[in-house]
Design a protein around this ligand. Structure first.
Ligand code: NAD
Length: 252
């Protein structure tokens, strides 16, 4: 069923959530737009402004790294100011109620952790842009120190091991995090309700996770204001604003 009627959507969602034993939420950039973070594919989204810098270019070229850091500082204030929205709080409520054991996200904004879901239960398929990692020794680096060096010298520092430092996100062409993918697949294979929220479901391999859940017998719900690649496979498609559709499920 596809609906854009808010009352019908909330009523169906409530029935499905009440009847579910094990719920797995899966989120994309759309859940964070009400928090002031633009998504990729909506009109005016990040995609329309900057061509992504592929991983190999980042590793090979100082100019590409300089450009990547300039872009990161340009969005720094937006990410720093953002607070969890109604969608984040609703999914955190499902988690705290014990029905959702963990949450899978394509987002890199740390807002699910900020909404009260334990960090180890937020499965980040595309990493996290609120800190950085050495691409050689995997040491964690915090952004304020990197920014201070960048502003003083025009260039980000290297790690003490000599390795290149990069935000802890997964760039195009960079291998997916194996453990996170495996955990996401295991969760999708063992749930009776899978909620895809705010994703165009156009980025692979993440987009395969909702389909895996459906193939393993879960009821698939897609909450997204625009059509997605997989609406035809969903049991319920909610074409409403995410905050409006999920506000009724905020309980904590
Ligand atoms: P996407 O931009 O491809 O799709 C987002 C979808 O959300 C769109 O189809 C849009 O119609 C919908 N949407 C936006 N605001 C909405 C709202 N308020 N209510 C209902 N629907 C809404 O995003 P994606 O599928 O997550 O894939 C893009 C990639 O971009 C991901 O890998 C993600 O890591 C990255 N990204 C992350 C962030 C973030 O962390 N917040 C922001 C931009 C991009």
């Amino acid at each position: 069923m596809i609906t854009a009627d808010l009352d019908i959507a909330v009523s169906h969602l409530r029935d499905l959530i009440n009847g579910a034993r094990r719920i797995v939420p899966f989120t994309g950039a759309g859940i964070s737009t009400e928090c002031g973070i633009p998504d990729f594919r909506s009109p005016g989204g990040l995609w329309t402004k900057n061509r992504p810098i592929p991983f190999d270019d980042y590793m090979a070229s100082e100019e590409a790294r300089d450009e990547a850091w300039r872009r990161r500082w340009a969005i720094d204030e937006t990410f720093a100011k953002a607070r969890p929205g109604r969608g984040h709080l609703a999914l955190a409520s499902l988690y705290k109620s014990g029905k959702a054991p963990a949450l899978i996200t394509q987002n890199i904004d740390n807002l699910h952790q900020a909404s009260g879901i334990a960090a180890q239960d937020v499965i980040e398929l595309h990493g996290n842009t609120t800190y950085a990692l050495c691409m050689n020794c995997a040491q964690r680096h915090e952004l304020p120190g990197i920014r201070a060096t960048f502003e003083a010298s025009g260039r980000a520092p290297d790690c003490s091991c000599g390795g290149v430092i990069k935000t802890a996100t997964v760039s195009f062409g960079q291998p997916m995090p194996v453990a996170a993918m495996q955990r996401a697949q295991a969760l999708a294979s063992d749930c009776d309700l899978f909620l895809s929220v705010g994703s165009s479901l156009a980025v692979w391999p993440a987009a395969g996770i909702p389909l895996l859940a459906k193939r393993n017998g879960a009821t698939l719900v897609i909450v997204n204001r625009e059509p997605t690649e997989f609406d035809e496979f969903a049991d319920l498609v909610v074409r409403n604003d995410i905050g409006d559709a999920l506000a009724a499920f905020v309980t904590h």
